[in-house]
Design a protein around this ligand. Structure first.
Ligand code: PGA
Length: 260
């Protein structure tokens, strides 16, 4: 992390918590975080769709400086797409960040690079920030294909963006083998890939975009490893799954700068 970029710590709640449980977690989290935390770090939570309205209402009424995020959306504004949720609907709920192309969406729900790109544009069209998720599988890493895979997903996902859109984007580097496994990438390995991501953003969109794009690491981020990951120069935040479901653990990750 360098001082020019504001860290972003995001909690991806995945398909956990009904709306009552979501409110309770949010309230615990908001008690655990201090003004100093909010001054230092952007914090976002990504509840399931059914919880968004409840979480947004509590954030609003209690004036809690945590951003609201979504985990996924469709690329059309409306239409006959049974079961889908549009970016226009999310924007109306004051959603600020939308995860696009999470590896679970790619692997389990058939999301393609082209679909991911179209969603990145749709999210931007509605004034929200995409968190473009990229990452290699274990087989790809062992075959030495990590950089090719990650940069391929990155250039496909960012295709057709303007320089200022690229500059405002968040990229989440999430090695698939580290997600939900307790097997975190070493800070050095994560840094290497994040540096490659920044280099490619620079090549495609210019040095100003490379300087300001925020790159998160995701995959088994916990209170014990957050500080070391965040100390790397090209890691600007974390996308946290499992540990974001525990208010104290997530707060300690947000407070990584206090770890000795
Ligand atoms: P994890 O999930 O922290 O549970 O590994 C990360 C993610 O999928 O975003």
């Amino acid at each position: 992390m360098t001082s020019t970029r504001r860290p972003l710590i995001s909690g991806n709640w995945k398909m956990h918590l009904n709306h009552f449980e979501a409110i309770s977690l949010l309230q615990k989290l908001s008690y655990a975080l201090t003004d100093a935390d909010h001054a230092a770090v952007d914090v976002c939570v990504h509840p399931p769709f059914t919880d968004l309205r409840s979480v947004q209402t509590v954030l609003d009424i209690d004036d809690i400086p945590i951003a609201l995020g979504a985990q996924h959306c469709h690329d059309e504004d409306s239409g006959a797409f049974t079961g889908e949720v549009s970016p226009a609907m999310l924007a109306k709920l004051q959603v600020r960040y939308v995860i696009v192309g999470h590896s679970e969406r790619r692997a389990l729900f058939g999301e393609t690079d082209a679909g991911v790109n179209s969603k990145v544009h749709a999210v931007l069209r509605h004034g929200m920030t995409p968190i473009l998720a990229v990452g290699e599988t274990l087989e790809q890493r062992e075959a030495g294909a990590t950089t090719d895979v990650v940069l391929g997903q990155l250039s496909a996902g960012m295709g057709g963006l303007k320089r200022e859109q690229a500059a405002g984007l968040v990229v989440a580097y999430e090695p698939v083998w580290a997600i939900g496994t307790g097997r975190v990438a070493s800070p050095g390995d994560a840094q290497e890939v994040c540096a490659e991501i920044r280099r490619q953003v620079g090549e495609s969109f210019g040095s100003a975009a490379a300087e300001s794009v925020r790159i998160q690491y995701g995959g088994s981020v916990k209170p014990v490893n957050a500080a070391d990951l965040m100390a790397e120069p090209d890691i600007d935040g974390a996308l946290v799954g499992g540990a974001s479901l525990d208010a104290d653990d997530f707060a300690r990750i947000v407070q990584y700068r206090l770890a000795s």
